[in-house]
Ligand binder design. Structure first.
Ligand SMILES: COC(=O)[C@H](CCSC)/N=C/c1c(COP(=O)(O)O)cnc(C)c1O
Length: 559
């Protein structure tokens, strides 16, 4: 029987009476009639949206997006007059001339310096950085990093037929070494199976952002859990069933850092069998703001990689055409952490009696953690790639970010399309030309000392937030209004966020809170919300937020 036609609204501008009454605009307010809308109707609809956004902008505290625009609008608004497009490689000008690649290169050079990579960019130097400004956020960067790592570790190479009839590049795949190949050439211990030599295995923790799981699925990259379950049943080195993700320290209600001891045992299992290792580490996890101890991971795994011939492998594409590549790749998801940490490191490097260094020591017991291209263990430069979101710490008003790696880890560009005049070396085709301007403005509008002071202040405000929540818990307890079990206030080491018991839906909507159910060690599930102390979160806002949480029914839920 034919399905009834979907009920469609008439294609006409809604009358004022038909428009949504709540201050939250709906698609009805923006219905586009065939005859278009008058200037007045468009202004009316847009004003409704602006009014709504003003309120939400003021109360946006629940995600790691810095809402402080600085003076981006007056500095950059003029560039909306241009159709900017940074299509192609940032370091090749290309034929699409209305671009901001010069700005993009300056931003990349500055972040390369902040992340202790070799800069300025030099296409002839294998140790030089290469990177590009993302048109999406770290999701694009993670996708691109994992695709690069997959091709690099699985012995793929893109070669062109320069001067040939076909300008396109083609993939060539190295053949697995012969079974008789010496273990050293296979890149594994004597037990290594040469057939695994180009089968990379991915590892990431249970606190990893969902964009990584999406990337692994999209790119058909094998994870240790999937291969373990399929090919090594009942052999999990942790005992029991293979976990899908590397356990975090202290389990689901722990700090959110990866459990390095368990990671080491899982990686060893696959390295012994000749698999190349693809490791994604978090530097500022989404919900708990936790930092994986990247230096500790590297200190444990570099000797293991050396033992199993994974520090350097010879890859033969065809007789006489070989590459020397590593058998491991460490990607750092620094969506939030890569934005703030270089500035905290600067504060730590100041004279120990300076006001900034003293202020940092009040917030941070111990050293600023390692995460970037400067990390070396036994002379090995550990980090293969790094991403950062521009709309988090840097406060870009739209998604953007940075992907960075080194020339020596790159698989040659996919194509050199004549019509753009620039090698197609990024994930996107057309690329946002405004993002480099926003990131440039963020970096250039303060001295590095000014950025460092901002970073230390954010740690101080996080501590203020945590104290305020604990005082609130005491106030509610004194008035016998504390919910059963308390407010579960918690903060991971150095985190820019504090998590606490989820309040009611009205407060969640007003303050744009991000919420997550979390199993506890006892099997109970607790519902948390969190607040991030981005530069846009002032102490005044924290006080106003506490008043809302103190109100009657703040933690009451309909269910
Ligand atoms: C629930 O919160 C989120 O999903 C935020 C993005 C919104 S904050 C502005 N985090 C995104 C994120 C991402 C994805 O980054 P984006 O694509 O820029 O959103 C990658 N890695 C980590 C550790 C992340 O936290």
């Amino acid at each position: 029987t034919p399905r009834p036609a979907p009920r469609r609204p008439e294609r006409r501008a809604p009358t004022p009476a038909e428009q949504s009454t709540s201050d939250e605009p709906t698609e009805r307010d923006f219905l586009i009639p065939a005859e278009g809308l008058t200037a007045q109707q468009r202004k009316h609809a847009l004003t409704k949206l602006e009014t709504y956004l003003v309120g939400k902008h003021e109360h946006m505290v629940g995600f790691q997006g810095n809402q402080d625009l600085g003076h981006a609008q007056q500095d950059l608004g003029r560039f909306l007059d241009f159709h900017l497009n940074n299509v192609g490689d940032p370091f090749q000008q290309g034929n699409y001339k209305p671009n901001t690649k010069a700005v993009e290169r300056a931003v990349l050079d500055r972040y390369a310096e902040l992340w202790r990579a070799e800069w300025p960019y030099d296409g002839k130097n294998p140790e030089s950085y290469w990177g590009y400004v993302l048109t999406m956020g770290s999701t694009e960067g993670n996708l691109y990093a994992l695709a690069s790592a997959r091709d690099y570790l699985s012995g793929r190479k893109l070669i062109g037929d320069p001067g040939g009839s076909n300008p396109q590049m083609v993939y060539v795949q190295a053949a697995p070494p012969a079974r008789s190949a010496p273990a050293a050439r296979v890149g594994g211990s004597p037990a290594a199976d040469p057939r695994n030599a180009y089968r990379p295995v991915a590892f990431y923790s249970e606190d990893t952002h969902y964009s990584v799981i999406k990337a692994v699925r999209t790119l058909a990259i094998d994870t240790f859990g999937a291969i373990g379950t399929a090919e090594y049943p009942d052999q999990c080195p942790l005992g029991g069933r293979w976990p899908l993700e590397v356990p975090s320290k202290g389990g689901p209600d722990g700090s959110g850092e990866i459990d390095v001891d368990k990671l080491e045992r899982l990686v060893a299992f696959f390295a012994e069998r000749g698999h190349p290792i693809l490791l994604l580490l978090n530097f500022g996890t989404t919900f708990k703001g936790a930092y994986d101890n990247i230096e500790k991971v590297a200190t444990r795994l570099v000797p293991l990689f050396r033992r199993h011939g994974l520090l350097e492998r010879e890859i033969e594409f065809e007789p006489g055409r070989t590459d020397r590549r590593r058998g491991f790749w460490v990607h750092v998801d620094g969506a939030l952490g890569a934005g703030i940490m270089p500035f905290l490191r600067h504060a730590a490097e100041e004279d120990e009696h300076s006001e900034l260094a003293v202020a940092l020591r009040r917030e941070l017991k111990g050293k600023v953690p390692e995460f970037d291209f400067g990390l070396r263990v036994d002379g090995v430069d550990v980090v293969g790639s790094l991403v950062m979101s521009g709309h988090k710490w840097a406060g870009a008003p739209f998604p953007c970010g940075i992907f960075m790696t080194k020339n020596k880890f790159r698989v040659e560009p996919a194509a050199t399309p004549a019509y753009t005049g620039s090698p197609d070396t990024t994930f996107a085709g057309s690329r946002n030309g405004l993002s480099p301007l926003v990131l440039w403005n963020h970096l250039a509008s303060r001295s590095v000392r000014g950025h460092a002071a901002e970073a230390v202040a954010a740690l101080r405000r996080t501590r203020y937030l945590e104290s305020a929540l604990r005082e609130l818990e005491d106030r509610l307890d004194r008035e016998d209004r504390l919910p059963e079990g308390g407010l579960h206030v918690d903060r991971s080491p150095m985190a820019l966020t504090v998590r606490f018991r989820r309040p009611n839906d009205e407060i969640i909507a007003k303050w744009s809170l991000s919420c997550q159910p979390m199993p506890t060690g006892t099997g109970e599930v607790r519902h948390f919300a969190h607040v991030f102390a981005m530069p846009s979160l002032t102490e005044e806002k924290i006080d106003l937020f506490m008043e809302d949480l103190f109100a009657e029914g703040a933690f009451t839920h309909p269910d």
